[in-house]
Write a protein that binds this ligand. Structure first.
Ligand SMILES: [Fe+2]
Ligand SMILES: [Fe+2]
Length: 180
């Protein structure tokens, strides 16, 4: 059931996703700074940072599935290809995550260049993915989702959004709490 677009639209769900993307980009920058530290310190910081980032990233993707794949947006003209593209990117990132979590599990046994290379690939892939969503999926959502549907989805997903906001706030605090 697709709704016809209104002339006047709000993009409250996209505003929320944009805030999250902004916070993810801050974490990616922090990871790059971590990698410039001595190996011992870098390993510690990357580990803490990724243990913070990866679960929040999971919830962000779950929310994207609800917004784009399990809503009327999925049935709108032109949505399917963009959804498939995004899903493929999520799959690639999930593989990388598994590799990194495997490396972190072995901690000191994992050679630092391996952890560092995996982290660099994750940073590049995530940046590319964030840009891709912002430049393809979001404009399509803006163009075809009506204000009323956006508002309905926002209220349906209210609790999911609150949980992610709490996680991100905790994450932002631990990024700036002086530990580093
Ligand atoms: Fe995504
Ligand atoms: Fe996203």
């Amino acid at each position: 059931m697709a709704e016809s677009p209104d002339n006047e639209k709000t993009t409250s769900l996209l505003d929320f996703l944009a805030e999250e993307h902004c916070k993810f980009r801050c974490v990616l920058e922090a990871l790059e700074a971590d990698m410039a530290q001595s190996e011992e310190l870098a390993r510690l910081r990357i580990r803490d940072r990724l243990f913070l980032l990866l679960p929040v990233l999971d919830r962000h993707e779950e929310l994207e599935v609800l917004i784009f794949e399990r809503s009327p947006f999925a049935g709108m003209e032109g949505s399917r290809d963009l959804i498939d593209q995004t899903r493929a990117q999520h799959r690639d990132i999930a593989c990388l995550r598994a590799d990194i979590l495997g490396a972190l599990e072995f901690d000191d046994d994992c050679p630092f260049p391996v952890l560092s290379d995996l982290t660099k690939v994750l940073i590049d892939s995530l940046r590319w993915h964030l840009d891709s969503e912002e430049n393809t999926l979001w404009p399509h959502y803006r163009a075809c989702v009506s204000r009323s549907l956006d508002q309905t989805l926002t209220s349906q997903l209210h609790r999911d959004i609150e949980i992610i906001e709490e996680d991100l706030t905790r994450g932002a605090v631990s990024l700036h709490d002086g530990r580093y």
